[in-house]
Design a protein around this ligand. Structure first.
Ligand SMILES: [Zn+2]
Length: 171
């Protein structure tokens, strides 16, 4: 039995990318460029935070995943701005009657430090999502590949409200 009122759904996203070793490739996290480190490997700009956020939102709305929607075999997406892909995913959610309420992320990395750019990342992601996005940095304390700074991982959870296509703009 479903309770009356607007429906809410939760979604979870995870992503991980290795460092590319290419110092000419910018490191982009949460839509913000970081100097002094090689970029993450990937078909797009490798923005592991934007990808986890996108997957959490798509999952919450039952709209599949980022790999289905933006395949890494698509030449048009080479080097793509992942915040732009996130915006396209949010538009798909709205088309389906779902409205993001908030997203919370934990990015697991040894470097760079998240804190100095946290507000900029939250602002860029929040603008794309149209709802608050929070980003927390966490070190892997030297354990495993992430602890050896071979790459960066990100977890995200998203809450969306609405009613799906039949429910309209209840949020
Ligand atoms: Zn990714």
């Amino acid at each position: 039995m479903t309770a009356p009122g607007p429906m809410i759904r939760i979604g979870q996203g995870f992503d991980v990318h290795p460092f590319s070793g290419d110092t000419d490739r910018p490191l982009v996290l949460g839509g913000v460029s970081f100097d002094g480190l090689p970029g993450l490997a990937g078909h797009s700009d490798g923005d592991v935070i934007a990808h986890a956020v996108t997957d959490a939102l798509l999952g919450a709305a039952g709209l599949g995943d980022i790999g289905q929607r933006f395949p890494d075999t698509d030449p048009a997406l080479a080097g793509a701005d992942s915040v732009g892909l996130l915006r396209r995913a949010v538009a798909a959610l709205r088309d389906a009657g779902w409205y993001p309420q908030n997203v919370d992320c934990t990015v697991v990395l040894e470097e760079p430090r998240v804190a100095p750019q946290r507000a900029a990342m939250e602002a860029r992601l929040g603008d794309a999502v149209g709802a608050p996005v929070t980003v927390k940095g966490k070190r892997a304390e030297g354990l495993g590949a992430l602890g050896r700074a071979e790459g960066i991982a990100c977890f995200a959870v998203a809450l969306v409200a609405g009613g799906g296509p039949a429910g309209g703009e209840s949020a």
